[in-house]
Design a protein around this ligand. Sequence first.
Ligand code: UD1
Length: 436
Amino acid sequence: MIQYVVSGPTRLYGECRVQGAKNSALPVLAASLLAQGESVFGRIPAISDVDATLEILKSLGCRIRFENGEARVDAADAAGTEIPDALMRELRSSVIFLGAILARFGSVRLSMPGGCEIGQRPIDLHLHAMRKLGAAVDDAGGRIVCTAPGGLTGADIRLSFPSVGATENVMIAAATAKGTTTVYNAAREPEISDLADCLNGMGASITGAGESTIVIEGVKKLRPARHTVLPDRIVAGTLLSAAAMTGGEITLRHVVPAHLGPVVEVLEQAGCRVESDLHTLHLVSPRRLRAVGHVRTMPYPGFPTDLQAIVTAALCTAAGTSVVTETIFESRFRYIGELTRFGAVIRTDGRMAVIEGVERLTPTGVAAPDLRGGAALLLAALAADGESVIANGELIERGYEDPAATFGALGAGIKREVCCENRGCENCGGGSEADA
Ligand code: UD1
């Protein structure tokens, strides 16, 4: 178990280069399975979701090397068609392998991806799409078996919701299907366009990514990829929000400002000054943020659900009352109970949170309920006056590369501690081992 010990309050100040995007890295790594040779990916973040994705590729027979942000995946000898249950549970987005394994081997077996973290996360849209592409799908008893021994065939696929993962699965599966696939109501997130760029670099023929209709002309085979992933807009939004909440000033390098439009808009409403050029964002925050109008999460280009918890945390100390509504996932407010332990005043009503800004937060001990909820708690701890401890820090590390180093370089007092249940620690009964 990992815990983060944070000594606040900190005014975040300085410059930071933003890591590569988790939500681009996972699908492009899965897509590498389609090429019989070594693919090379740049700016892959060192986070545990990437580690789990590489483990899945290894379990399928790929040779892997990952150092200094470069991941090499040699899928020439890949042979497996089944993802072990333990790995499916570890990584909720493991379902992204469905299309890749099916397209390469004509069959795939997996268990339902792990339980409830931020909502039910059903995969009916993924399975519907695979059926449309001609696969036989059996999903009885929590196990999923898809077969298409004669290969997949292009089809018109209309998604009832612009699911990011289902859109990606179709793009990967249809890249080598016979004929043309058209996806209507496709997700438009930047990571969809990044995956299309990667697949097109491998020889696929995909147009319309980033728009609601994507057309995939199936090609016979794909060559290995050489691709560098996008900057992580959610990590960038987290750093901007952290600087805003702590009265700080921050320059982010290696970002795509256009991908951060909705969060920048909210932070500007809250009183921050934000300037941008091609790959840089500079934020100067006021001494205290002010409350903002209604923030509602929406599919891209709307306000991202992955920044909902983070912006809610930032608004906890804003002057006035803010309202945040979550429309994408049904149970993404689990962190709110923990935020109130810092003295935040938040009422929830279904999918709506009403935040009465308080002047200051008090330090406390909390547990991260999930990745982004954990990051929200980290923000609160940075603003609180004294030492806070965030348990379940390993959940934060699913998506943030070395948080202690990132926030430490911006002036935060933050320490990562490994609590060993065998030897025990303060949480689990004895000493603790400092690790950063
Ligand atoms: C991806 C992102 C995640 C982000 C989310 C929404 C990755 C690895 N993860 O997750 O960080 O929060 O997009 O922007 O890229 N749904 C169904 N049936 C399905 C699939 C989805 O009902 O078959 C529902 C989900 O329950 C949810 C909504 O659609 O309510 C959005 O899910 P989706 O866009 O698929 O999210 P993910 O791809 O899982």
